[in-house]
Ligand binder design. Structure first.
Ligand code: UD1
Length: 421
């Protein structure tokens, strides 16, 4: 079993480059199923989640090549095969193939993606949307089965701005007849990237980034070439790592506007953040001041940064409050941070973090992807040695994380059963 071993206490200094966005590439890969030609995508991060999505596309009959960070997908001869639970459970985002398959073939049958460590993640908003477009959807024996002779454009108001439901419905509507208006949609930058990709394939989508998206269906979609946006959550993770290590780091390949909510909170805590056209530079001269955060849909503070920001709050000069409003059970990292000496009280969806001057190294476990990121940041600044187990979670969303931090001066290695790997 692979572990990360970190000797804490190094200031992070230098430059680091952010990889392509995980949450942008996954829906774009699902959208390539709509394309009758070849899709070429650049800046693709080599992540476990991307590899699983490749398996899903290949299972459906797509020809997929990943060379370096370039992905070529040909979905000309795919078939809407039933996707079993072994594949579906490996990746929640695999549910995004439903919209594309339904739009192109009038049918999709996939195993329920299942729950996950951060709380139940239902599909009701996706399903209600497909039904409004004329699909008949049944859920039995652990499978979601959707059928429609032809999806018909309509007006859909989401109860909550779900990222996945917005994306799935955009893809379903792309080949429907007529126009679909999606209201109260997610406004995340990844939704805009999906819109751009759909339009490059010949789609007619407008409004992404605002709270209403209009999609006029077209008869078919064809070849496209696209470069995926940089990962704003990876960027935010490095920003916090730089800040708490009292270092100075220039983070390249960034769209500063996408990390606006993180920049605002860091500045509130007294951290200096300089923005350039495609980079941010972070440096800290003193212990962070106390802040409160509440996770919200974009452009609010991202739930995917809650665990990492909690580390900054854990060493802040005062007390702060975290309110998690997106997921019901996204506090698994709290127990692990307590092992490192953090003083955190948890009550339902709210936690109170009393900053301490120093954390201490310990044996901890990454309980999910972002919890793992938080533990790396904590390990980088803790006294002595921190060992992080279950690092496979980190590989789902961070490319070469230990190499990137080593370049900045961190002392971090990956070992496999005690052997350096
Ligand atoms: C996406 C991101 C994930 C991020 C999350 C919220 C990807 C691949 N993943 O996940 O990293 O943490 O957005 O920013 O892009 N919900 C329902 N019914 C539904 C759908 C969602 O109740 O049909 C609820 C969920 O249970 C959750 C909330 O809505 O509590 C947000 O979920 P959603 O925005 O759909 O997240 P994902 O698309 O799964």
């Amino acid at each position: 079993m692979e572990k990360l071993i970190i000797v804490g206490g190094s200031k992070l200094e230098g430059q680091i480059t952010v990889s392509g966005s995980k949450n942008a590439i996954l829906p774009i890969m699902a959208a390539t199923l709509l394309c009758e030609g070849e899709a070429v995508i650049h800046e693709v991060p080599r992540l476990k989640d991307v590899m699983v999505m490749i398996q899903v596309l290949r299972f459906l009959g797509a020809k997929v090549k990943l060379e370096g960070s370039n992905l070529v997908i040909n979905s000309a001869s795919i078939q809407p095969q039933k996707i079993n639970e072994v594949l579906m459970r490996k990746l929640r985002a695999s549910n995004l193939v439903i919209g594309s398959l339904l739009a192109r073939f009038g049918e999709a049958q996939v195993a329920y993606p299942g729950g996950c460590a951060i709380g139940s993640r239902p599909m009701d908003l996706h399903i209600k949307g497909f039904q409004k477009m004329g699909a008949v959807v049944s859920e039995k024996y652990g499978y979601i089965e959707a059928k429609a002779d032809k999806l018909v454009g309509t007006d859909i108001h989401l109860d909550f701005p779900s990222v996945g439901a917005t994306e799935n419905l955009m893809m379903a509507a792309a080949l429907s007849s007529g126009t679909t208006i999606l209201r109260n949609v997610a406004r995340e930058p990844e939704i805009v990237d999906l819109q751009n990709f759909l339009n490059l394939m010949g789609g007619k989508v407008a409004g992404a980034g605002l709270d209403m998206i209009r999609i006029t269906g077209v008869p078919s979609l064809s070849s496209a070439e696209h470069e995926v946006i940089p990962d704003r959550i990876e960027t935010g993770t490095h920003m916090i790592a730089a800040a708490v290590s009292n270092g100075r780091v220039k983070i390249n390949n960034v769209i500063p506007e996408h990390v606006g909510p993180i920049t605002a909170k860091l500045r509130e805590a007294g951290i200096v953040v300089n923005e350039g056209s495609d980079y941010v530079e972070v440096f800290a001269k003193q212990r962070p001041g106390p802040i409160d955060i509440k996770t919200l849909p974009y452009p609010g503070f991202p739930t995917d940064m809650q665990a990492q920001m909690m580390v900054l709050m854990a060493v802040a000069n005062g007390t702060g409050i975290v309110s998690e409003s997106i997921f019901e059970n996204r506090y698994k990292h709290v127990d692990e941070l307590r092992r490192l000496g953090a003083k955190i009280k948890l009550e339902g969806k709210v936690s109170v973090v009393n900053g301490v001057p120093r954390l201490n190294g310990a044996l901890v476990e990454a309980t999910d992807l972002r919890a793992g990121a938080a533990l790396i940041i904590a390990g980088l600044i803790a006294d002595d040695i921190t060992v992080i187990e279950q690092v496979h979670y980190l590989d789902r969303g961070y490319e070469n994380i230990e190499q990137k931090y080593s370049q900045l001066g961190a002392r971090i290695v990956r070992v496999n059963n005690g052997v350096h790997s």
